[in-house]
Design a protein around this ligand. Structure first.
Ligand code: NOJ
Ligand code: CA
Length: 690
């Protein structure tokens, strides 16, 4: 065998190098190493194909995996490839989040940028790779050049060849219910095409999450299982043929591989945010993190209706009552759904008829806003589109004008429509049906975010595209759904079940904030007598399969800068002792530390309030009762009063979900708190500096 087959060239850190012209069969390998030197990414151009691999502490995380793109009309970046130049750089910096899980984010990484040339026809692209202590990101960058103008991408061939013995937590992609599925836990070869983040535990215990960062002007990437442990990027198709339409120059989103020695390391990682562009919106101090209540749950449990085809929920009087309750208990906002014309009948399939400015006769938006001003509470707006992007965009100026005039600072949007059924009328007047993570839907969200910012409005999107850290660049995109939230416990059969949030925090939550809407105090709403026979109730199997203490713990466990107390005021009035925790807990943090946990099993997390020296702890478990202990060594010196809301000794999500103990004790940084969590139980703690 010729000697040159074995030649491997390694470029040293900070050295720019140019490979000499040599036969395609001669491979060149480049490496980039994380600042702590544990993670090594290698890229090689063997036999005209580009491959990368990743190790952590010399153990394989990603086996050699193909890289490249294919186009409809031009030759693809998938053959005849050669690395012709490289650059290395290092960054060690930090930046501040205007709001978030932590104020200061460290960005410490080494970067390798490779210039890759295709021989015939001659064309170039760059592969940019960043190695952090908590994982890897890479993207393709296609510069302006002759011969490439508009491109239709037909395939991204990026592979992720994993450990064959990995365990994977995943939800299916391209299925009708978008991201709203219960998680599967399977071996890697049993995985189907899945939405990211996809979380894995390798056989050596290392945890990995595959996702993407900065998803703009592209289609969302799902992970397709081909065979064995061979996984491949799978882009959501556009309705008009290609997967993505771009023109040069363009960059793909970052393909991200978070890597941690244990499950909580994934939660403590800031890799996704670090791979997004800095804030492009400037001062966003007009967005205030906070808590809200809403005319919402009563619709889901069939006490009231959105439209006039039952008992209309969104009346002026009801909203004023909610505002008074909010003001009395320190909430900033009241969400009102069903105030605008379009809800009667089959609203799910009637996106064409939604008006975003015309109110039902019994809802006086000016009067409500005026009352809000007097009591210091704002309306939280709601725009359900039923997946009709064009109908919404046609009215968006007037819609946001109306809300701005009425002091609305946060709008919840909604895109209820089956996957692949977002309606769009294109430039030629042709009706297209797009995926929620397709390129056109992503472009729509960008337009909405920018338009909202002009009105100093923040957005909380339901049935959204998944989060990819864009809140760093557009900090008014404050929260979203994009998973099964509390609503499924009102009408889902089966409901979310005892282990769902233990899955969520290690999967969906790695992508960014979620409007999960915790705070259920009546855990069996379907057992309430029906308000009218005609409205009835949902199936009695729909229920919240948590203890009350676990519901409280989720205000710490599931991060969002806007947190809802979703239950009916009457249910809170009945348990003011437990409600005190929701009143106290903040929605904006200075620090967050995931302390212990296992995917799908349990989590213990501590967060420090951004506006005081108080700390909070949230602990929850799946269907298994367990004891968790929390070392308080994250506290500052001095004494804290621990205000503890925990499962009582009989607490059990099936037999005794309301067994809650509320107690106080003094603690300091040398103490360890221990909690016996019941089945699907939890604990929530406020630590107040004395
Ligand atoms: C689904 C959303 O997730 C829910 O919160 C909302 O109430 C309904 N759509 C109606 O817009
Ligand atoms: Ca939903």
């Amino acid at each position: 065998m010729p000697r040159f087959l074995f030649v491997v060239m390694v470029c040293l850190i900070s050295q720019a190098c140019l490979a000499e012209a040599k036969p395609l069969s001669e491979k060149t390998t480049y490496h980039v190493t994380s600042p702590d030197k544990a993670i090594v990414v290698s890229v090689t151009d063997d036999q005209g194909q580009l491959r990368y691999s990743v190790t952590r502490n010399n153990l394989q995380v990603i086996q050699p995996s193909l890289l490249g793109l294919r186009f409809a009309e031009q030759a693809g970046f998938d053959h005849d490839l050669k690395i012709v130049g490289s650059n290395q750089a290092s960054v060690s910096s930090s930046w501040e989040q205007p709001w978030g899980e932590r104020r200061v984010v460290r960005d410490n990484h080494n970067e390798l940028s490779l210039k890759v040339e295709r021989g015939q026809p001659k064309q170039v692209f760059n592969l940019r790779v960043r190695a952090f202590d908590d994982g890897v990101g890479f993207r393709y960058e296609v510069p302006e050049q002759k011969g490439l103008g508009n491109l239709a991408i037909t395939e991204e061939i990026t592979e992720f060849n994993m450990d064959e013995n990995a365990t994977v937590w995943w939800i299916p992609a391209r299925k009708w219910n978008r991201y709203e599925y219960l998680y599967n836990k399977t071996s890697v070869d049993q995985m189907e095409t899945a939405h990211t983040p996809v979380t894995m535990k390798l056989s050596n215990g290392v945890h990995v999450s595959l996702h993407e960062a900065a998803l703009v002007n592209y289609s969302g990437m799902s992970i397709e299982h081909r065979r064995g442990a061979n996984l491949v990027a799978n882009l959501a198709p556009r309705a008009d043929g290609a997967l993505v339409k771009v023109s040069v120059p363009f960059n793909t989103p970052w393909r991200t591989i978070q890597i941690a020695p244990d499950a909580v390391g994934l939660i403590n990682s800031d890799l996704i945010l670090n791979l997004n562009e800095p804030n492009k919106m400037g001062d966003v101090s007009w967005f205030k993190p906070g808590k809200y209540i809403g005319i919402w749950w009563q619709q889901h449990i069939k006490d009231r209706t959105w439209g006039n085809d039952g008992i209309h929920a969104a009346t002026t009087e009801a909203t004023i009552e909610y505002m008074d309750f909010a003001a009395k208990h320190g909430f900033d906002g009241v969400l009102v759904e069903g105030w605008n014309i379009g809800w009667d009948g089959d609203w799910y399939n009637n996106g064409d008829v939604f008006s975003f400015t015309k109110t039902y006769d019994d809802f006086d938006i000016e009067k409500v806003a005026e009352h809000g001003r007097t009591v210091g509470v704002r309306l939280i707006g709601h725009h359900e589109t039923s997946g009709n992007l064009t109908n919404y965009e046609n009215q968006i100026d007037a819609a946001f004008d109306l809300y701005e005039e009425n002091d609305v600072a946060i709008v919840k949007t909604g895109y209820v429509a089956d996957a692949g059924k977002l309606k769009r009328v294109d430039e030629k007047g042709i009706v297209r049906y797009e995926f929620h993570d397709g390129q056109e839907s992503i472009a729509h969200h960008q337009r909405v975010i920018k338009k909202a910012a002009e009105h100093k409005i923040a957005i909380n999107a339901h049935e959204p595209v998944k989060d990819t850290g864009l809140r760093r660049t557009y900090p008014n995109w404050v929260s979203r759904e994009g998973a099964r939230g509390q609503e499924f416990n009102a009408w889902g059969v089966p409901p979310n079940g005892p282990n769902h949030v233990s899955n969520l925090v290690f999967t969906r939550m790695l992508s960014g904030p979620m409007d999960y809407t915790a705070g259920a105090f009546d855990l069996r709403p379907s057992e309430r007598p029906p308000v009218t026979e005609q409205m009835g109730r949902h199936d009695k199997r729909s229920r919240i399969e948590h203890t009350l203490a676990k519901e409280l713990s989720l205000y710490v466990g599931i991060y969002s800068p806007i947190q809802m107390a979703m239950d009916l005021p009457e249910n809170y009035e009945a348990r003011m002792d437990a409600f005190q925790f929701i009143k106290d807990v903040p929605a904006d943090w200075d620090k967050s530390i995931a302390l212990s946990g296992e995917v799908g099993e349990f989590l213990v997390i501590a967060r420090q309030d951004r506006n005081s020296s108080d700390w909070y702890i949230g602990a929850h478990t799946n269907e298994k009762a367990r004891t968790v202990s929390v070392k308080l060594d994250f506290l500052d010196a001095g004494t804290y009063e621990a205000q503890i809301y925990r499962d009582g000794s009989q607490a059990d999500y099936e037999t005794n979900p309301y067994d809650l103990v509320i107690e106080k004790r003094d603690v300091s940084a040398v103490d360890v708190l221990s909690f016996d969590l019941g089945r699907s139980g939890g604990a929530a703690v406020r630590l107040v500096k004395k």
